[in-house]
Design a protein around this ligand. Structure first.
Ligand code: CAA
Ligand code: NAD
Length: 283
């Protein structure tokens, strides 16, 4: 199957980055969000990043214009009716994702592959709400998408080999490195990363050290590019909490219990960089 027309659903930090890399790789991309404001923000962010790439000499002015011309924005999910591939990157909630996949199953052509960028939710369960579970798959990009090389490709129990191969080929076409993963809570990336972040939050909660000092230990002591609390703010504390809840429920093991301080911050609306406040202030 040739994939040429793509829709990315959700124009937040992940969706906008995913749309950008597809457009740069020569595909026609529709970026969708239910909020016009989020869509405008997503598209203007892509334009700025492409302009910066030209300034840095990483692409020509012509390449930048061509990439941006391949992108369009829409608030109508129905515009996926001519798409060969859809990548969903909306909020990390099973209810929301299931309703998006049910609608996509009705709207998109029969051959279309439906992929989700979920960080942790079961792909098998998302696939089961469609009439094409063999064409549903996890395509998990890392943040920031234009920079990070990895894509975890997660097979639902129903995913066909043809679907897997098409997504592996597409990942390579995007100049990213695929890793094949089975459908278990948190996959590989977040099963390992998120308990470390949660433990860093417990360290602050228990008064062992300040957020700055916890981050300094991991940056200077372990050579991490960002400390775990800076990274948590960057990912979004709501997303971190959703992922810990999926791990906790999925494995039934108390070692994955989300730190009460993380819950408190999310309840306060302190979601990290995207809301202006998390473990650090961004105002
Ligand atoms: N979007 C796009 N590009 C960005 C960016 C962003 N938000 N932030 C930085 N960049 C680009 C810069 O433009 C720059 O590009 P060039 O090399 O082309 O000039 C490059 O990244 C390096 O940026 P900086 O020099 O400004 O900053 P840095 O060296 O500190 O790197 C970083 C920034 C790449 C984000 C680095 O700090 C890093 O790797 N952090 C860890 C990121 C990480 O762990 N991501 C995974 C999160 S977990 C996940 O995604 C899975 C999940 O489900 C939650
Ligand atoms: P975000 O909050 O930045 O963006 C989500 C966007 O989806 C918002 O603009 C919202 O308006 C839109 N949206 C919500 N419901 C919608 C619907 N029904 N239809 C259309 N648009 C809708 O979130 P994000 O950080 O980009 O995360 C998106 C997904 O990617 C989540 O599943 C998350 O777990 C996953 N993910 C996040 C990261 C990360 O570091 N933040 C990394 C990898 C994967």
């Amino acid at each position: 199957m040739t994939i040429q027309n793509v829709m990315v659903i959700g124009a937040g930090q992940m969706g906008a980055g995913i749309a950008q890399v597809f457009a740069q790789a020569g595909l026609q991309v529709k970026l969708n969000d239910m909020k016009q404001e989020a869509l405008d923000k997503g598209l203007s962010g892509i334009e700025k990043r492409l302009a910066r790439a030209v300034e840095k000499g990483k692409m020509t002015d012509g390449e930048q214009k061509e990439a941006f011309a391949r992108l369009s924005g829409t608030t109508k999910l129905e515009d996926a009716s001519d798409c060969d591939l859809v990548i969903e990157a909306v909020v990390e909630s099973m209810d929301v994702k299931e309703s998006v996949f049910k609608r996509l199953d009705e709207i998109t052509p029969k051959h279309a592959i439906l992929a989700t960028n979920t960080s942790s939710l079961p792909i098998t369960e998302i696939a089961a709400v469609t009439n094409r579970p063999d064409q549903v798959i996890g395509m998990h990009f890392m943040n920031p998408v234009p920079v990070m090389k990895l894509v975890e490709i997660i097979r639902a129990i129903q995913t066909s080999d043809e679907t897997y191969q098409a997504i592996e080929d597409m990942t390579k076409r995007l100049n990213k490195s695929p890793v094949e993963v089975e459908d278990f809570p948190g996959f590989v990336s977040n099963r390992i990363l998120m308990p470390m972040i949660n433990e860093a939050i417990y360290t602050v909660y228990e008064g062992v050290a300040s957020p700055e000092d916890v981050d300094t230990v991991m940056k200077l002591g372990m050579n991490h590019p960002m400390g775990p609390l800076t990274l948590a703010d960057f990912i979004g504390l709501d997303t971190c909490l959703y992922i810990m809840e999926v791990l906790h429920e999925g494995f039934g093991d108390s070692k994955y219990r989300p730190c009460p301080l993380l819950r408190k911050y999310v309840k306060a609306g302190w979601l990290g960089k995207k809301s202006g406040r998390g473990f650090y202030s961004y105002e």
